[in-house]
Design a binder for this molecule. Structure first.
Ligand code: PLP
Length: 449
């Protein structure tokens, strides 16, 4: 991944309704802070834009030296309800003031109240939830549940089918599921029961012309090559709701065909909603754009807009497959995390944030479509998530340059390290701030042709 310039640049000063750039960037005093991390932390954590966060509220990020950015990242799809959302801060504060900082799997009222609210406010097939901390843990849990479900049906193997190019996290099972070969070389072997089929990119002519046929051809090829009998060898599908780096959604007909295949062969359909969940796409969950009913849902990130919370949701008959006491995690269901997640869901549902994501999202997509046409980019996305992709050879360099220039001009985007820039503002952003940020993005593409 590119390292950004750590020489303080004498960038033009900016003072607008939503941005303030008052100093050289990176700020000279930020350098020892960044160096402190470089000296003590594994470098795999590094490569981010050199901004030191001091305070973040709503759709703005402030450093300690008076600089303010419009945030188009929500950190990384987390702060859906806005940074420092007042409901969430108050909920955390109440638990902090008790104090009740940890209870392991002992009961606490925050956990009971959150789970009741979560189950009552999600579709009927989600009868139980299992709370964890990281998204990758939720993916591991879904993988385990799919395989236990296949065993309960008497299948001989627990094959799980994922999509080429999708991504699911950094732990072992999640990396096996990921369709990114380069990231798996460290493992040194392959799980013989994890399989991949091609992703139906919008720009793939075959997939666009006939999504159902594209799925059928992909699965038939897989079954023939690996000599699989889906009734005996396959436990389920794991779909990233949209492919992360490109915000690439599937044609609904493709996903509906996946669901039909799963139902025919006693397989479970799981979605990894880490980026897509909790209003991001203009609906509570991203899978709702496809007209299907998943058996398992993996959520995280925007589940709390703040403290670490992830979860797997599903039917009682599946979630209760592991025996009492056999599936837990030390830090899951922490009372402060549960209180934060509860307040977050209330904010999303009661403060109109999902409607805001749908309405402002349509405006954002229309403006980005214009920008993409003008700058030779490919646009993907829905609601309040988009990726502009520079499809030319070396497009990643243009995206690195635009991300850095945007930072210097008071806008933070999601720097993917690839040939895309992702845009994911908090769902609480105002139209004026969104437009101001999009204007900045436009100038950056103009200046990085
Ligand atoms: C689609 C998807 N799945 C899983 C994960 C892993 O989540 P976490 O980093 O919380 O483990 C991510 C994180 O970026 C993600 O985008």
């Amino acid at each position: 991944m590119k390292g950004f310039n750590l020489e303080p640049q004498d960038v033009p000063r900016i003072s607008t309704a939503h941005r303030s750039i008052r100093t050289a960037l990176p700020h000279p005093e930020s350098l020892p802070i960044l160096a402190g991390l470089a000296d003590t932390e594994a470098r795999s954590m590094h490569g981010q834009l050199p901004v030191v966060w001091d305070r973040a509220e709503g759709f703005q990020v402030h450093d300690p030296w008076g600089n303010t950015w419009i945030d188009f990242s929500s950190t990384i799809f987390v702060a859906n309800a806005g940074h420092g959302n007042a409901r969430i801060v108050a909920a955390i504060q109440r638990v902090l003031d008790k104090p009740l900082l940890h209870t392991y799997t002992f009961a606490n009222t925050e956990r009971t109240a959150y789970l009741r609210y979560l189950i009552d406010n999600t579709p009927a097939q989600f009868e139980r939830a299992f709370l964890l901390s990281a998204g990758t843990e939720a993916v591991e849990c879904a993988l385990k549940l799919m395989r236990m479900h296949a065993q309960s049906l008497g299948k001989r193997r627990g094959g799980v089918i994922a999509l080429q190019g999708n991504w699911h996290g950094r732990t072992l099972g999640a990396q096996f599921l990921a369709g990114n070969e380069a990231q798996k070389t460290w493992i040194g072997y392959r799980d013989p029961d994890i399989h991949h089929i091609p992703f139906p990119y919008e720009w793939d002519a075959d997939a666009a012309a006939d999504p159902e046929g594209f799925f059928q051809r992909g699965i038939e090829r897989l079954l023939a090559e690996k000599e699989l009998d889906p009734d005996q060898d396959l436990a389920g599908f794991m779909l990233e709701t949209f492919q992360g780096w490109a915000a690439a959604f599937y044609p609904p007909a493709f996903v509906q065909e996946v669901e039909r295949f799963a139902r025919r062969h006693g397989m479970l359909l799981a979605f990894d909603e880490m980026q897509a969940g909790f209003g991001r796409t203009g609906k509570l969950f991203g899978y709702m754009h496809y007209g299907v009913e998943p058996d398992l849902l993996c959520v995280g990130k925007g589940a709390s807009s703040s403290l670490p919370v992830s979860a797997v949701l599903g039917r009682e008959s599946v979630l209760n497959l592991p025996a009492k006491g056999s599936m837990s995690s030390t830090h899951s269901a922490n009372p402060m995390c549960c209180a934060a997640a509860h307040a977050n869901l209330e904010a999303l549902l009661e403060d109109g944030l999902i409607d805001n994501a749908a309405e402002l999202g349509a405006h954002m997509q229309a403006r980005l479509a214009d920008l993409s046409r003008r700058h030779g980019l490919r646009l993907q996305g829905r609601g309040m998530v988009a990726a502009v992709i520079a499809p030319e050879e070396g497009g990643g360099k243009r995206c690195d340059a635009v991300s850095e220039l945007a930072m210097q001009r008071g806008l933070l985007v999601v720097h993917t390290g690839r040939e895309s820039i992702k845009i994911a503002p908090p769902l609480s952003i105002t139209r004026a701030a969104l437009d101001e940020g999009l204007d900045v993005l436009e100038t950056c593409f103009e200046d990085c042709p």
